[in-house]
Design a protein around this ligand. Structure first.
Ligand SMILES: Cc1cc2nc3c(=O)[nH]c(=O)nc-3n(C[C@H](O)[C@H](O)[C@H](O)COP(=O)(O)OP(=O)(O)OC[C@H]3O[C@@H](n4cnc5c(N)ncnc54)[C@H](O)[C@@H]3O)c2cc1C
Length: 356
């Protein structure tokens, strides 16, 4: 049997594409995580789990609202920016929604119509282009299998195997390693904290509370020394009076940081990329969920019109999304230069006073 579309990855981008593809297509979604078994909560995506206004807007455009069990406390209305390099601290108003990322992903999967086949706990190993179809190899619950499709979509995130196989000669976005440590907490922190410290990373670090847990995270380019850099961060925040209670979890994941539009790859023949696999993520804030939702829905729209020439349509329709990443790239040049950041923060523009 030949599928019309096989999607690798059931994160926000893959789940959105699977939900929005026309019923006329025979669609299969594959994920190595067990995303449709409620008893098996063990492979959560390492993520801050903050839904930015852009992601909220896309959900609204989809006609979706969040179920309450996906939302976690506290809901935070501000970011506390700690600039260690310049010894400045400021508060800015922000409108995030704090979610349980595992439950968010499972909720998106639950919206996929029944005509789409799901193969979970199934690892994509590789593909071969045949004369008419693409043959893919998977490891499905411990057994090797081969499947055929007309279009293959890589929605398999920052370390995308589909991307590596399809665009092996192209330059990928920088890959950062992100480490997150989860600590027990008995105090409520009403702010999302962002930390700028060149000794730790040229990107940023964060503290986010999820109910009675506090996440401390950092995205670090220098991965051979990532553990030492992370320890510098822990010590720095302790020096600033931040108390970390008992550590309950440590996790890691790759995260992309595109530096030019050339690093965003969309399609080659009948292989397409969406979400972070394609390079769709903000280089200034690492916000990736809105781009994943948008790129998934744009590709669905293009394929629904016709499977022929879907790629060129996809390229055209993602123009605004790619320009948006370019703007974020320019913003990041200002934000991550300690002199311009100092100037901006010192002026106090857009910052606010907070009672402590
Ligand atoms: C530490 C960290 C914090 C972040 N915080 C935020 C945040 O607060 N807000 C925000 O908007 N963004 C955040 N991001 C970015 C965001 O998580 C991603 O950009 C977003 O999840 C991308 O969605 P996606 O669907 O493209 O890929 P993913 O969500 O990564 O999903 C990829 C899917 O593919 C599956 N997969 C991968 N390889 C295979 C394979 N070989 N076979 C089968 N299945 C496979 C995975 O199991 C996964 O389900 C963060 C990222 C990191 C790393």
């Amino acid at each position: 049997m030949v599928y019309d579309i096989i999607i690798i990855g059931g994160g926000p981008s893959g789940a959105t594409l699977a939900r929005m593809l026309d019923e006329k297509y025979k669609v299969l979604l594959i994920d190595k995580r067990n995303l449709n078994d409620e008893t098996n909560f063990k492979c959560s995506k390492c993520c801050g789990g903050l839904l930015a206004p852009d992601a909220q807007k896309v959900l609204a455009q989809f006609g979706l609202g969040l179920p309450k069990d996906v939302i976690v406390g506290p809901q935070m209305f501000s970011v506390r920016s700690i600039d260690i390099d310049n010894n400045i601290q400021k508060y800015y108003q922000r409108h995030y929604i704090n979610v349980d990322r595992e439950k968010f992903d499972r909720w998106l999967i639950s919206l996929i119509p029944k005509n789409v086949e799901l193969m979970t706990s199934c690892v994509f190993k590789g593909y071969l282009e045949m004369e008419n179809n693409i043959e893919i190899e998977v490891f499905n619950r411990g057994k090797a299998e081969k499947l055929s499709t007309k279009i293959l979509v890589g929605a398999d995130g920052a370390a995308s195997k589909v991307r590596r196989m399809t665009f092996e000669d192209d330059k990928s976005p920088d890959l950062y390693i992100s480490i997150q440590e989860w600590y027990e907490t008995t105090k409520e922190s009403p702010h999302f904290i962002s930390v700028f410290d060149e000794e730790v990373t040229d990107f940023y670090s964060w503290v986010i509370q999820k109910e009675n847990r506090t996440i401390l995270g950092a995205a670090i380019l220098d991965y051979p020394n990532a553990n030492e850099k992370f320890q510098i961060l822990v010590n720095r925040l302790k020096e600033k009076g931040y108390k970390f209670e008992k550590r309950v979890k440590r996790e890691g994941a790759w995260i992309m940081r595109p530096r030019s539009l050339k690093q965003i790859n969309l399609f080659k023949g009948n292989v397409a990329l969406i979400g972070e696999a394609g390079g769709f993520i903000s280089p200034s804030s690492a916000e990736g969920i809105s781009y994943a939702l948008k790129s998934g829905s744009i590709l669905a729209d293009c394929i629904n019109k016709s499977m022929k020439n879907y790629g060129l349509k996809y390229k055209r329709k993602t123009f605004k999304l790619r320009m948006n990443i370019l703007v974020k790239r320019l913003k990041s040049l200002l934000m991550y230069n300690k002199f311009t950041r100092k100037l901006i923060m010192k002026t106090g523009v857009l910052s606010m006073e907070v009672d402590r």
